[in-house]
Design a protein around this ligand. Sequence first.
Ligand SMILES: [Zn+2]
Ligand SMILES: [Zn+2]
Length: 389
Amino acid sequence: MEHLDNAPFELDDMIALRRDLHTHPELGFEEVRTSGIVAEKLADVGITVHRGLGKTGVVGTLKVGNGARSIGLRADMDALAMPELADREYKSTTPNTMHACGHDGHTVMLLAAARYLARTKNFDGTVHFIFQPAEEGRGGAKAMIEDGFFDLFPCDAVYGLHNMPGLATDEMAVVTGPQLASSDSWEVAFTGVGTHGAKPHLGKDAVTAAAHFLTMLHTIVARVVDPLQPAVVSACALSAGDFKALNVIPDVVRIGGTARAYTPAVRDQLEAEIGRLAHGVAASFGIEVSYTFNRRIPPVVNNAEVTARAHKAATAATGRAVVTDFPPSTAGDDFAEFGNRVPGCYVWLGNGPAQDGALHHNSRYDFNDDAILTGARYWATLVEQDLSA
Ligand SMILES: [Zn+2]
Ligand SMILES: [Zn+2]
């Protein structure tokens, strides 16, 4: 792909745009400004633009020649509800909102590739550039699909990408199989009989029941799930009683948390086992319990054939060996909603060394502009190879 090496990809403009997006971050389904810029920059080079899928989602479609194959490339656009604590020229000007996951960079890299491909048209087929809202836990992918994404834009394969500190900015990791875990949430509420703290025998103590539940919770991964299958169960929220009433045993204790797995079977197992323990503890303490398990996003599992295509493109785009043994992450990404419906591949692009130890979702994290060229090259190469003329 020699001709790509000197391709400008409008790099100076794209770096400026990346910083502009960083200064003006928007939360999920609120990416009004961002999606407006994306739509304008796509339309500007003659790409057909469809707006409003999943509220603020944008899909750009570029069809060249008569090739029947159609692929989707996905970038997420949203920021996180957290303050930016680093001092940088292009620091967020929106209170408690920050691009701490690098989605500003994802947006710009796909845009750079789309504009390049619209000018060069060196492929045969259809590419859909998917600018997804609300990746950070608000269900943007699902919203786009429920609004008819695959009816409007049928895809034979879908591709996703995320920046990854620790890999160099000209380095990529492309691995077949599980990449990201399922990300589900659960909630248990124990309801006892509240009473005077001095007279526990007159009530039924949900606080002590909750303590037993919490220690037993960690036996699920340790003793029930196959040791060769990764799984995580964490309790992350707990509420009961009042520190201004330390002589009152409360009626209700609420506990909530997350569950992560890489296979449907382990996911089912976690759902069943957390509930079994909650009901078992409630029975032994003679109290009531309610249990809900909310399936949020499935695991991201890379399809072998599509991953081989991504690997080839990553090799050409970086000009170096692609990392193929990068470990899966216990984080989740709703790219899975796309990749579960058609064969998909989700890859990692280096973000350079972690600056001051700041990783994703840290209040000092920043996308590395040196990665823009690699990412744009990857997307463009992937289209030219997958839809080769
Ligand atoms: Zn994130
Ligand atoms: Zn992210």
